[in-house]
Design a protein around this ligand. Structure first.
Ligand SMILES: O=C(O)[C@H](O)COP(=O)(O)O
Length: 248
């Protein structure tokens, strides 16, 4: 008995291309990102990994990626579940800031603490900041619990309960599950699945638009630790590019 779980980071977004911290800012995919998403769907079809249900965040780059990849895989008809708990990590006051400028201004060490430390969040975003989500109707139900910044630990704490109830629920029902989400929300899940330490997770990066397949055993532990990228060569190159963001 095994279960199939597919993780898909959204394709390149407008702000990935512009090298800006994005977090919860709702930016669209670029043409490259749309092509990556469609290619992701073709890979699913080629590997006969056809999702029965898709879970996405509330952000259009993940929603569009799910749609374009399912279109390419001829699975547009499957049920969709959306939840804020799959959202990208809230990047606090860094949202909308240029990654290279922040690295130059604060130095490599602080830049990497904000980007990759497990439990140090960036400064909170001001409600008046143009890139704040204060007043965004999609988060109205969260009230005061809506984050104004998050570290990876915060993402683990919101995403893993969702994974354990909703995603494991679908897997248990025998469904192949596609999760269309984000670099840091997927890092949170991979940390959980592979039992990666708080220190070592800093070195793990997830590329855009390349499906990552986990086969899980009856206890939902990976039979293939680390998962399998459906295009391993493209993934290796793209992982390096994510790691190098902010460098000149
Ligand atoms: O929110 C962002 O800026 C990106 O989606 C993830 O960025 P990072 O790789 O710098 O954490």
């Amino acid at each position: 008995m095994s279960y199939d779980l597919i993780l898909l980071r959204h394709g390149q977004s407008d702000w990935n291309q512009k090298n800006l911290f994005t977090g919860w800012v709702d930016v669209p995919l670029t043409e490259t990102g749309r092509a990556e998403a469609a290619r992701g769907g073709e890979l699913l079809k080629e590997h006969n990994l056809l999702p029965d249900v898709v879970h996405t965040s509330l952000l259009q780059r993940a929603i569009s990626t799910a749609h374009l990849s399912l279109e390419a895989a001829e699975r547009l008809w499957i049920p969709v579940k959306r939840d804020w708990r799959l959202n990208e990590r809230h990047y606090g006051a860094l949202q909308g800031k240029d990654k290279t400028q922040i690295r130059d201004q604060y130095g490599e060490e602080q830049f990497m603490i904000w980007r990759r430390s497990y439990d140090t969040p960036p400064p909170e975003i001001d409600a008046e900041d143009p890139y704040s989500q204060a007043g965004d109707p999609r988060y109205a139900d969260l009230g005061d619990a809506a984050p104004r910044t998050e570290c990876l630990k915060d993402v683990v704490e919101r995403f893993i309960p969702y994974y354990e109830s909703e995603v494991i629920g679908d897997l248990t029902a025998g469904k192949t599950v596609l999760l269309a989400a984000h670099g840091n929300s997927l890092r949170a899940l991979v940390k959980h699945l592979d039992g990666i330490s708080d220190e070592d997770i800093a070195g793990l990066n997830i590329p855009t638009g390349i499906p990552l397949h986990y086969q899980l055993d009856e206890n939902f532990a990976p039979l293939n630790p680390g998962g399998q990228y459906l295009d391993p060569e493209a993934a290796a190159e793209a992982i390096q590019a994510v790691a190098n963001q902010g460098k000149k």
